[in-house]
Design a protein around this ligand. Structure first.
Ligand SMILES: [Zn+2]
Length: 415
């Protein structure tokens, strides 16, 4: 008995978490493991770095004057709503306040759009206070979680919302924005974007350097998804606190796709103490998807022409669905786990999180990870690969909370 007691103490000492060592998830049946994964998803805070619901509401024609899209109930379209988030154990999806690059052409348009999307998100929380709540800190998310509410923290996707006025960084902090993705599709006043080839500044602009410093000062996380490699490196050199990539995957699996992160950048980000939140979109996960998807689309276009049908005709829709299903180009949930594995093996478990891009990547999501109800499938796959409950907790929220708290603490000390 004494020997056993000593042994368990020893196991406890090396794992810091003696209880979970009694569970070997790898030895479970798939069914048992999915049950365990669902329980973990329900009992653990789960943060998603990027959900494009506000823009989905805008595209749906929902304005502040009219009814907002009712995601308090199950919706036939889209990847996010309250019932499905509850099923999947998602507690804090970062609402993307997304500003398309086209707005950059009209002074003031980016800030105006950001303001209206923030109002729309606030309206969602105030309309359904028994289901949603705003959240401006990890502490808020923890409190909302205790009450069973889904938190709606906000990140601004595209620093263009700051326009050319540094004072707008503090303005948006006051409006509740807690990360800013420095660029989006094209270079902006802050710096160069990954999808652009202009290389306007060769990285961060002088204004962009000031923006990063100001974000540090007021307490907004620096999000390096969407920036060019040079902007990424420049921002890392300037920031005084850890950064995030709110929705980026591993470039190793998508060669040449600068929107994803190279191993060099992943290592640099880990050195900075940051967190990379994995995007689930098909073209982010698997370069074969982009090629396969293009083939399916080409076939469908030809078939529609041959049969003199429009995409919206019901006969055409039946065929399109059947053909797409039979020639399924979608990656699998295992592929997403491969990205998490890669980051873990390269730099460790402390630097990876989830940034699905749900409601933002169209019909490209992996089989088994089509919407927010399916997070347990990913957790089950990770458990199968030997991840512990503690590892899952780090991926779900502890890593991003560590960064967020460091950013809060730095700003607090500056006040
Ligand atoms: Zn994006």
């Amino acid at each position: 008995m004494k020997k056993l007691f000593f042994l368990s103490l020893f196991v406890g000492a090396i794992s810091c978490s003696p209880k979970e060592e009694t569970v070997d998830y790898t030895k479970m049946s798939d069914e048992e493991r999915l049950k365990a994964a669902t329980e973990i998803a329900q009992s653990t805070i789960m943060v998603d770095g990027h959900v494009d619901l506000p823009y989905r509401m805008k595209v749906g024609g929902f304005t502040l004057q009219r009814e907002i899209l009712d995601v308090s109930v199950r919706t036939p379209d889209g990847n996010f709503d309250y019932p499905r988030a509850k099923e999947g154990g998602l507690d804090a999806p970062f609402m993307s306040i997304y500003i398309p690059a086209v707005n950059q052409k009209t002074p003031g348009a980016s800030k105006a759009l950001a303001d209206s999307l923030i109002l729309m998100t606030e309206r969602l929380a105030s309309t359904y206070p028994d289901k949603f709540a705003m959240a401006y800190s990890p502490t808020d998310i923890e409190a909302n979680f205790e009450k069973g509410l889904i938190s709606l923290p906000m990140g601004m996707e595209n620093g263009a919302g700051i326009e050319d006025d540094l004072a707008n960084v503090e303005y948006f902090h006051k409006r509740g924005i807690r990360y800013i993705t420095l660029t989006h599709g094209t270079d902006n006043l802050i710096g160069d974007a990954s999808y652009d080839t202009t290389a306007t500044y060769g990285g961060l602009s002088e204004f962009g350097e000031k923006v990063v410093a100001e974000m540090n000062r007021v307490g907004i996380m620096v999000d390096l998804s969407h920036v060019s490699d040079n902007t990424f490196k420049d921002a890392l050199a300037i920031t005084k606190v850890p950064v995030i990539a709110s929705h980026s995957s591993v470039r190793k699996f998508t060669p040449g796709f600068e929107r994803n992160m190279s191993d060099e950048l992943i290592q640099a980000m880990a050195k900075n103490g940051g967190v990379m939140m994995i995007n689930f979109g098909g073209s982010f996960i698997d370069s074969a998807y982009a090629a396969g998807g293009a083939k399916v689309r080409e076939h469908i276009v030809n078939w529609l022409a041959e049969n003199n049908l429009n995409r919206r005709d019901s006969a055409a829709q039946a065929y399109i669905n059947e053909y797409a299903a039979a020639n399924n180009p979608f990656p699998t949930v295992q592929k997403v786990a491969d990205h998490i594995d890669h980051v873990k093996n390269l730099v460790g478990i402390d630097y990876v999180g989830l940034g699905s891009d749900f409601d933002g990547v169209g019909d490209s999501l992996p089989t088994g990870l089509k919407d927010v109800s399916m997070f347990p499938n990913l957790i089950a796959e990770l458990l199968k690969r030997g991840y512990s409950k503690e590892d899952i907790e780090k991926i779900c929220y502890k890593n991003v909370f560590r960064v967020w708290k460091a950013v809060e603490d730095f700003a607090l000390a500056k006040r």
